[in-house]
Write a protein that binds this ligand. Structure first.
Ligand SMILES: [Fe+2]
Length: 393
């Protein structure tokens, strides 16, 4: 039988006012899921620890929400078990709801699942807890077997989320490698993401489309990782065979990202960002509105950024020159004319990226995005605000 694997964080005998919780080093608990108990009643925490004592868990304890927030800053917590009653936050029965909202509002902790416990019956509490960000809700007295099963299930979901996040991190790292291979394009992906999202915002697209554009800025050319340097960096004109290889970066990129279900909205951008309005582009020869809108948006941003950036073979064009060239391409029926008009109008506004970043008011009631996507949206907002200061100044 396994030994007891719990770690008491608070000095339970010491006065609460002087006890500053400190998480033990994670190295002491490698492989254990970390659970944070938040309950002001000592006996309640002891009871839960008793139920979980043979599980592979590292248990942290907090008497009060402020202790819990300190521990969340210090440790990578996998699950929070909290009582609905938190008089330190609110004198009514709703303190736990505010606690959930604060955990979910923090970028570092918003993906940590929360199990709310209470002895107060009533569907209203269940609904209010779930709407405040709690992931599960149990009414005391606890059934130990049900409680343990619920904990295992929640931790399994958290592990899946973690591994998905790792996989996505790897894919984005690959995209970064592609960008770094070409020393001339510094910050191209960041600028592209900013320009695309700004245009998407100007068009009034929903948040999930903006998220796809943001990701597309980084991932659209990921297929170039499979293109040999001899072709990618060839000076001079590519022959027909080399062009075929070069063009395949769209399909190779799509193949790399296809296995990640969460990247599905980005696939049309990766595959179709080299189509042309008259149908003469690649890889599918799509024409007009057959070309996915997000791909058309990213394409304009891509062209504009390439024109306004300096390369070894050309100096940077001014914004006015780049606009004129885009309009010329629209007149040649290569680009979506209406989209070019909106884009031109947008880039002529001063500080338009900062303006678009400011338009993303957080919308906690938005139900279409997962908490993970909502976290990325927040990253996107911060990234855009930073880019508007540093990259596009
Ligand atoms: Fe491309």
């Amino acid at each position: 039988m396994e030994s007891l694997k719990t770690t008491t964080i608070t000095q339970l005998e010491a006065p609460a006012a002087t006890a500053r919780p400190t998480a033990p080093p994670a190295s002491a608990a490698v492989g254990l899921a970390t659970i944070l108990l938040v309950d002001s009643v000592d006996i309640n925490r002891q009871l839960i620890k008793g139920i979980l004592k043979f599980g592979p868990y590292r248990i942290l304890e907090a008497r009060q929400p402020n202790e819990a927030f300190q521990l969340l800053e210090q440790a990578d917590v996998d699950l929070i078990i909290a009582d609905l009653v938190m008089p330190e936050i609110s004198n009514d029965m709703q303190g736990g709801l505010e606690f959930c909202r604060r955990v979910k509002a923090n970028r570092r902790t918003r993906l940590v699942p929360i199990l709310i416990l209470t002895s107060v019956q009533g569907n209203n509490n269940v609904i209010a807890s779930l709407e405040s960000g709690a992931d599960e809700f149990l009414i005391k007295p606890l059934q130990p077997a049900v409680f343990r099963t619920r904990i295992r299930t929640m931790l399994r979901s958290k592990r899946t989320l973690d591994s998905l996040e790792e996989a996505e991190t790897i894919i984005f790292a690959m995209a970064e490698t592609v960008e770094q291979r070409d020393k001339e394009t510094g910050h191209h992906c960041q600028r592209l993401a900013a320009l695309s999202v700004a245009l998407g915002t100007a068009l009034g697209l929903p948040e999930d489309d903006l998220l796809a554009l943001y990701r597309g800025g980084y991932l659209h050319d990921i297929g170039k990782i499979a293109i040999p340097d001899s072709i990618l960096f060839k000076r001079g004109v590519l022959n027909e065979e080399e062009w075929l290889v070069m063009r395949s970066h769209t399909l190779k990129g799509e193949a790399i990202c296809r296995r990640m279900r969460s990247l599905a909205p980005v696939l049309p951008i990766i595959r179709n960002h080299h189509e042309k309005w008259d149908g003469s582009g690649y890889p599918d020869g799509l024409a007009g509105e057959q070309i996915p809108l997000l791909a058309r948006i990213l394409q304009l941003a891509d062209i504009y950024d390439a024109l306004t950036s300096r390369r070894s073979y050309k100096s940077a064009f001014s914004a006015d020159e780049a606009v004129a060239m885009l309009q010329k391409e629209a007149a040649m029926n290569w680009r979506d004319p209406e989209l070019v008009s909106v884009f031109v109008e947008m880039v002529r506004q001063p500080n338009f990226v900062a303006h678009s970043a400011a338009l993303f008011a957080p919308d906690p009631a938005h139900s279409d995005l997962s908490s993970r996507e909502a976290a990325e949206l927040q990253t996107m907002r911060e990234s855009l605000a930073r880019m508007s200061r540093e990259v596009l100044k």
